[in-house]
Design a binder for this molecule. Structure first.
Ligand code: ZN
Length: 140
């Protein structure tokens, strides 16, 4: 999904939960919007380019042209089952993590559904273990 969609969903959730949690609701924004920074991390490593604008256009072009080979088996670290489990575990101990989860789930679930509809198959890695296993099998 586009950053604008994520931003709108986060803003609505912050408005709903602000009267209960106050300024802690910034964690909804972190979990529901800022986690896409992992796309930028991957872009910087792979393309050796620090420009956020070029990065945005790169992903936009990948989606418009449906060039899934560009992002096949890519690891977006905050969009993995391991990261989700870590946050779920953490949410038992701190309300900050719980609020992060309130933003995170409405981000990653539509992300996965959107990607499945767009590519008609699983393209990126949703698991660190799966990613490493695929890397290992390519090397050996
Ligand atoms: Zn995302």
């Amino acid at each position: 999904m586009s950053p604008l969609h994520h931003f709108i969903i986060c803003s609505i959730l912050v408005i709903i939960f602000f009267p209960i949690f106050g300024f802690k609701t910034v964690m909804i924004f972190v979990g529901g919007f800022l986690i896409d920074i992992d796309h930028y991390f991957w872009y910087v490593v792979k393309k050796k380019n620090l420009s956020l604008i070029t990065c945005h256009y790169y992903y936009q072009e990948v989606m418009e042209t449906l060039e899934y080979k560009e992002v096949e088996n890519v690891l977006f670290i905050f969009h993995t089952i391991e990261f989700l489990l870590f946050i779920v575990l953490l949410s038992f101990f701190t309300s900050y993590a719980l609020l992060f989860l309130f933003g995170y789930l409405p981000h990653v679930i539509p992300d996965v559904i959107f990607e499945m509809k767009m590519w008609k198959k699983k393209v990126v890695s949703y698991s660190i273990i799966q990613f490493l296993a695929q890397r290992w099998s390519h090397v050996h």
